[in-house]
Design a protein around this ligand. Structure first.
Ligand code: OAD
Length: 244
């Protein structure tokens, strides 16, 4: 299922860049967004929950939704896919992990340096100063300890820009890598979905891991049709066997 040439390309790579999406956390029990039955956006309207306008109109509803997601994520564990990415990092000279996920599961699995493209569910941000502060536990509406403005969840909403540092690191890593993996993402949301195009222009080997090949799968060098919690541990094992 995993071609020898791909193992060789990863084994010889100077820099591997990985982009993950909600599918990587699916086997932990975190729902994805766009899957027809189980996806969060099939049950909830993102325009009422994940935009600055929604927050301005009904901060309590938005906070209830993010607190529900915090609790959900605190009740689950990283899965073999997250752990295989920790191991993959240790086997390669340079490795950049970019995630669209806000659940913090890569860090909990042991990944040390994660580029969080869409922010983190467990931080808050001041709505006025755009400053990140530690997530607060309270069930009340939280306010900035410094300026008193409302605090909002520290995640990127529809219509907002990606935090500059994360954006710059992710695009630099896509430009610089010789193998680029797109794992557990529908590749529909920009600018994250543009990273693979940057890696393509840099002539990287392009790989997708997804049980349902996406619209871009046919344009990539390899599309591994399977769950990340199965394919990634198998890939790491093959890489180790190849080295020994
Ligand atoms: P999506 O819900 O759009 O896509 C999840 C992908 O994961 C789908 O292509 C599934 O086929 C795949 N998948 C499901 N189970 C899997 C498994 N076990 N292993 C591997 N893949 C699996 O989620 P994202 O692409 O992450 O943004 O969505 C991108 C962004 O849209 C999110 O970061 C979020 C959302 O709106 C914001 O909130 C800003």
């Amino acid at each position: 299922m995993i071609p020898d040439e791909l193992i060789e390309a990863v084994g010889n790579a100077r820099h591997v860049t990985v982009l993950t999406g909600a599918g990587v956390s699916a086997e932990s029990g975190v729902p994805t967004f766009r899957e027809a039955q189980s996806g969060l956006w099939a049950r909830y309207d993102p325009m009422e929950l994940a935009t600055p306008e929604a927050f301005a109109a009904n901060p309590r509803l938005v906070w209830d939704w993010y607190r529900f997601r915090r609790e959900l994520v605190l009740g689950v564990e990283p899965n073999p896919g997250h752990r295989a990415l920790v191991e993959l990092e240790s086997l390669l000279p340079e490795f950049t992990l970019v995630t669209q996920n806000v659940d913090g599961l890569h860090a909990r699995a042991g990944s040390r340096d994660v580029v969080e493209f869409h922010g983190n569910l467990f931080t808050d941000r001041c709505f006025a100063e755009d400053k990140v502060v530690a997530g607060q536990e309270s069930t009340q509406l939280p306010f900035c300890p410094d300026c008193g403005a409302p605090l909002r969840p520290g995640v990127v909403w529809f219509g907002e820009s990606i935090p500059e540092a994360a954006r710059d690191r992710a695009f630099a890593a896509a430009r610089d890598c010789d193998v680029f993996f797109s794992i557990g993402t529908s590749s529909l949301v920009y600018p994250a979905a543009g990273l693979v195009e940057v890696a393509r222009d840099a002539e990287a080997t392009l790989v997708e891991i997804n049980p349902e090949p996406t619209e871009i799968a046919q344009t990539l060098h390899y599309a591994l049709a399977g769950a990340s919690g199965e394919v990634l541990p198998a890939l790491v094992k093959r890489l180790k066997d190849h080295r020994s």
